[in-house]
Write a protein that binds this ligand. Sequence first.
Ligand SMILES: [Zn+2]
Length: 255
Amino acid sequence: MIDAHAHYSAPAASAFSPAAILARLDAAGVRRLVVTSSPPQLAQHLYRHAPGRIIPLLGVYASDLDKGRWVHDAGLPARIAAQLEHGSWAGIGELHLFAGDARQPVFEQLVRLAAARRLVLMLHGDAEVIERAFAIAPEVRVLWAHLGTRPQPGLLAAMLDRYPATLWIDTSVRNERIAPDGTLLPEWRALFERYPDRFVAAVDTFSVNRWQHYAAVVAQIRNWIEPLPQPLENGLLHDNAARLFDAFLASPARP
Ligand SMILES: [Zn+2]
């Protein structure tokens, strides 16, 4: 399995060394982790510890407090461009952004930066933000977190149809919504069957507590995925994320 959405921020790094994180991945049967952090160096630290297993995203927040104000920080894009020069990065994010701020120039500059360097953008936002990213750079690859902010199969299907080659969606923190008693609801199963190569499974370890319960959350995910037909299971657990990050996995020493 590739867990396609993880955080290793300062509180988690105080609680768990890189070796302890790897032990948690092993215990849960997770081969690779797509991980971001605030501050951003922590994800790189994890990557250097286990380069074959970590897919690092450059977090743009110095601390979690920046979540609500980053898009108004005019100096941010230049700092991010400079940080990308140090270390190996598969993408940028997670960026939290909502429709009212979708037209901010700082967002536009980060989208252009990601596109120019063939980096994946992990976005936590509504459909308007995703549309804006593709209006700025149609070729950029986007990982849309948490089945979007309004997780409705019809809305997601429309977005996947509109962006057939560049949009991937992660299922993190939505297990109870899509599989409330452990079995995938029919409308979600139909959506995953219709788009077998576009969704990726993920935990989203946003807190120390979430890391403590990592294996249990992975088990919850496997519980609704494993009854699905084998190709769909493989896609959700591994193959779709491997395709999303194929450039990094083929040549991690970037730029
Ligand atoms: Zn997250």
